[in-house]
Design a protein around this ligand. Sequence first.
Ligand code: FAD
Length: 456
Amino acid sequence: MDSKIIDEIAAIVGRGNVLSSLEERKCYSYDGRMDGAIPDLVVFPSSAKEVSQILLLANAYLFPVIPRGSGSGLTGGSVPVNGGVVLSFTRMNKILEIDTKNLIAIVEPGVITYMLQEEVAKYGFFYPPDPASYKYSSIGGNIAECAGGPNSLKYGVTRDYVLGLEVVQPTGEIINTGVRTMKGVVGYDLTRLFVGSEGTLGVVTEIILKLIPQPEAKATILALFQEVDDAAETVSAIIAAKIVPSTIEFMDKASIKCSEQASPMGLPEGIGGLLLIEVDGDKVSIASQAERIKQIVLEKKAIRCEMTEDPKESDRLWQARRTLSQATYNLNPVKIAEDVVVPRSNIPALIHALEEMENKFNIPILSFGHAGDGNFHVSIMIQDTPEHRAKAGEAVKEIFTETIRLGGTLSGEHGIGLSKAAYLGMELSPEIITTMKKIKQLFDPNNILNPGKIFI
Ligand SMILES: Cc1cc2nc3c(=O)[nH]c(=O)nc-3n(C[C@H](O)[C@H](O)[C@H](O)COP(=O)(O)OP(=O)(O)OC[C@H]3O[C@@H](n4cnc5c(N)ncnc54)[C@H](O)[C@@H]3O)c2cc1C
């Protein structure tokens, strides 16, 4: 990058908030899915005004700007595929206000999800969105991807908690969308448009979040099934019984084996499916809901059912699920992670299709995740060889084809980014893609902000 531009950027944020050496820039060349695209500069702004000034320069000199939270994304969203300036929000990491009368929090984008949850819990409040990456992902990244997690079944996803945003438009104007109230329908809902826009329509610099009261208690139920179909049918049976657990997590046979080998918790060998179910609320109602779930689980032929309200014991029951993400790398060093969603009634069909694909391609394909939402994290574990990469590419295409055939969607939480851009047309019609591109063009006429993402 031209040293004159670097000097102008340094004049905005201060020389100490700019990284320009190759070694430093390399640290911003990857996310949780992709690597290898080195930015020209990494900049740490401290305010919307600084972000705005950088974007004005970007439009004048035509260089790309890529917002970056913690870089834990799983679709290459913060990877600077065309070079340019990475904007890292680690300095904008303050919880600005917790309004205990109105149950809202106002935060900067670099706040780590977990830190916000811990802080609001001190006041007896709850911020439910809980991606598995919550200990390191940022609220800004969660908003850009509309992150979800185990709690989504009962509490919804990130968009359900965003009341308003301060956004710097790609052309540099600072705008405030949404409200500080529980309702608000004045004009188009730009807040919702920005949530899930993957850092392509605007840079989020401040967020107004809705909080809810912390549930009084929680019960955790671990159920093991010999047959995967029984586990899958249990999910529908619980929902049909009009119980809304906060969480129903699923692990298939390969996932159970993988986590048990990495961190044994005494699960029997060869079991076909595992469900981890949580209910929360007041003490009396959770006890009766947990009992009812236990009945359903046993009716559906669970071979083991453990239930607890004790937090330490609950941690033990979560062990297999928590271990899994890292344990998958014991199978092979490269993970291709997809997060398809199908209607709950089609969960068994998807699971069987994935099993067949594993046999057909002869590479490990594990499926686990938020079964209560029909949202599966399908992990294809491969060697870094052309042969395995080609097989994984074919498998991904088949998984997406099957998902669409079953009435599902290509991504429930991770977004499109770079890794799924080639597949967008499998789900969206040409007319919708054209409309989306027109929206991008309206906000970002020079294609400055996070270019190369979502659309190819
Ligand atoms: C082990 C693991 C488990 C995960 N589990 C889940 C899960 O359960 N659920 C889930 O939803 N995701 C999950 N993820 C994916 C990832 O953590 C989420 O997508 C998260 O929201 C990304 O946050 P981040 O701060 O790391 O953002 P980054 O990866 O840095 O960026 C993600 C996107 O947000 C944009 N962005 C970042 N900050 C801003 C901003 N201030 N303004 C505008 N755009 C911005 C970036 O440009 C990029 O497009 C997981 C990831 C890992 C590694």
